[in-house]
Design a protein around this ligand. Structure first.
Ligand code: F6P
Length: 343
């Protein structure tokens, strides 16, 4: 099953997993839309799929959703266990991010469900793996967008503020912003003071440059005069409601600096389209590693990349803590972040 927000490479992961398991004469059952398929016992036939052609496509042939059995564990966990029992599953392979894999880890620990995990998310915020698949495809989309936006920013002598995905972690924003040479990069890991951004942009303008790119992650907290300008609204699951930070920053740049500014929200384009070749290969290899875990009955583990090699790690190591940009990383690339230091 594939759960949570989709990411380029999901089909390649299914391909790597499915081919290996079919070679070993396993019978495969796909569950529809992540945990929803297990809650409602809705399956997809996988046996007839053309794995080789599947690998190039973005999205997920199994469908995905944010269903999560631990939202209402007393009612939902027994439903998942009943589906597993009904199909007499020998293993359940969960391809997902922290929510999907977190639930898989709990089912393994609490109910000995024979789970195996594969790490996916464009946000790259899962621990115990160098990267998650989908991340580099998203970085490429964001980098190309910033590259392209330079020409219109230049024509109109504007600041273009580019809002990237990343509620809690600024990986996409930092990597694409650095790669595109953005003049300002704002990430959730470091409070963004609008005065400091304006100061930097003023320096850019004083140096003779007539345009600038600012990359901002959707979950960044923006402050003015020490006060947070970000929304304090909470959704039904207790998560802060985010969105609109790009427009907020662009408005402040216009008001405080008098520099014409526009914002662009890249949104789901970062999850859309065909995966980069890297993500296809990476996801394929992770899927194959997951198949090996199934065949050797090595459950409660996740396929992973460590120091460039495909290995496997305990699932609980991946979900214990969210992987965010480290202070060390932020310091190393200090000139790209706030506070900026000398230009
Ligand atoms: O978890 C990946 C992610 O892309 C986040 O960066 C983003 O905030 C969220 O999914 C959006 O998800 P949805 O598809 O529910 O709008």
């Amino acid at each position: 099953m594939t759960g949570g927000g989709d990411a380029p490479g999901l089909n390649a992961a299914i391909c790597g997993l499915g081919r290996r398991l079919m070679e070993a004469d396993c019978e495969l059952i796909g569950f529809a839309d992540g945990w929803r398929g297990l809650l409602e016992d809705e399956t997809r036939d996988i046996e007839s799929w053309d794995f080789q052609h599947l690998l190039v496509h973005g999205g997920t042939m199994l469908g995905s959703s944010s269903a999560y059995p631990y939202r209402d564990p007393d009612v939902q966990v027994p439903k998942v266990l009943a589906t597993i029992e009904r199909h007499r599953l020998d293993a359940l392979v969960t391809i997902g991010g922290e929510g999907t894999l977190g639930a898989a880890d709990r089912l393994f620990r609490d109910h000995q469900v024979p789970v195996v995990g594969v790490p996916k998310t464009i946000d790259n915020d899962l621990d115990a793996t160098d990267f998650t698949f989908g991340f580099w495809s998203a970085v490429e989309v964001a980098t190309r967008a910033m590259d392209d936006l330079r020409s219109t920013a230049e024509s109109h002598s504007r600041v273009m503020v580019v809002e990237c995905m990343g509620r809690h972690a600024g990986w996409i924003t930092a990597y694409s912003g650095i790669a595109a040479g953005a003049e300002g990069i704002l990430v959730p890991e470091r409070a963004a003071h609008i005065e400091a951004l304006c100061e930097r942009l003023a320096q850019v303008r004083n140096s003779g440059r007539r345009h600038a790119i600012v990359a901002v992650a959707e979950g960044t907290q923006v402050f003015e005069g020490g006060q947070s300008l970000s929304s304090t609204q909470i959704d039904e699951w207790g998560n802060p409601i985010i969105g609109g930070v790009g427009e907020l920053v662009a408005g402040k740049v216009r008001d405080l600096l008098g520099w014409d500014s526009r914002s662009v929200v890249l949104g789901h384009l970062q999850r859309a389209g065909k995966p980069l070749a890297f993500d296809r290969m990476f996801a394929l290899r992770l899927g194959a590693r997951a198949a090996r875990l199934v065949l050797t009955k090595n459950f409660g583990r996740m396929a992973s990349m460590q120091a460039g090699s495909i290995v496997d790690v305990p699932l609980c190591d991946a979900v214990a803590e969210r992987k965010v940009l480290s202070p060390d990383f932020l310091d190393k690339y200090e000139s790209f972040f706030l506070p900026m230091g000398d230009l």
